[in-house]
Design a protein around this ligand. Structure first.
Ligand SMILES: [Mn+2]
Length: 279
């Protein structure tokens, strides 16, 4: 049995199947940790969701910005962007069941894994963990969002208000909706920030291409850091899987952009990749 963290699939269904063949994935023994952005922009969001739903009992999934965006469109809270490739999925007869399943997923997942080097706690989120968050603050932020996704009275208001880059930092005057937008941005869209968590969401390049005064979130000392903690995130394809930190793994290797889909085996840190088929 092995656990594999898998990067942003974004509807690259054939590459997902190819990667799972490469690692000899066996749903009765192995576990897949999907880092979010299962769908959108790529060619086959419908078959990707159909397949992952079928093997969902062997998967841990955290939601990415594209998964949240899909929920907002599916529930009529937003209009699709021109680049979105969600139509087939939106027309699926099983749409309600896929929505319900996605709403049941969190923005954080963690588990202790017995590794070759001993026990490690793996913590996965789509974009990362901002430097100023403690373990407790990270869990509280993710829990509040999960509750909103599953609260009829809050769901629409929450999801139609996740869009936008402001507020870009925490302060005591934020109301609940503003705080949840900020926390959603930390967990699903963050790349560059300051050590106090001030976000800069416009810049997309490589980590050395930092906007003035900001750094890639994982280049700061992280308050959440502790013995045997290992972070896994996706979202940032331009990193090409590199953070220069052996306790922080970037697993989005840009399949949807013509590069490759990657899997990181938690037990021995071995990385497997499958090249994009159609470019
Ligand atoms: Mn993303």
């Amino acid at each position: 049995m092995a656990n594999y963290a898998i990067g942003d699939v974004q509807g690259c269904f054939l590459e997902l199947k190819g990667l799972l063949d490469l690692i000899n994935f066996d749903p009765s023994h192995d576990r897949l940790w999907f880092v979010g952005d299962l769908i959108n922009r790529g060619p086959d969001s419908l078959r990707t969701i159909e397949f992952i739903y079928e093997i969902k009992d062997s998967c841990h999934v955290v939601l990415g910005n594209h998964d949240m965006h899909f929920l907002a469109i599916a529930d009529g809270l937003r209009k699709p962007f021109k680049k979105d490739t969600l139509n087939e999925l939106l027309e699926s007869k099983n749409l309600n069941q896929y929505k319900k399943w996605l709403k049941g997923q969190s923005l954080l997942y963690y588990e202790d894994i017995q590794c070759q080097e001993g026990n490690k706690t793996y913590l996965m989120s789509h974009a990362g963990i901002p430097p100023h968050w403690s373990w407790q603050e990270a869990l509280e932020a993710a829990n509040e969002i999960k509750e909103a996704l599953n609260d009829e009275n809050l769901y629409s208001e929450y999801l139609m208000n996740i869009y936008g880059n402001l507020p870009n930092q925490t302060h005591p005057g934020l109301n609940r909706i503003e705080r949840m937008r900020l926390n959603t941005n930390y967990l699903t869209r963050m790349r560059f920030c300051k050590i106090d968590g001030e976000l800069e969401l416009d810049t997309k390049g490589i980590s050395s291409n930092e906007p003035e005064g900001f750094k890639a979130w994982f280049k700061h000392p992280l308050k959440i850091e502790r013995e045997n903690l290992h972070l896994i995130f996706g979202h940032w394809a331009a990193l090409g899987g590199k953070t220069d930190n052996e306790k922080i793994t970037a697993i989005d290797t840009g399949c949807v952009w013509g590069y490759k889909l990657s899997a990181y085996r938690l037990e021995d840190s071995k990385v497997f990749s499958y090249d994009r088929i159609t470019k």
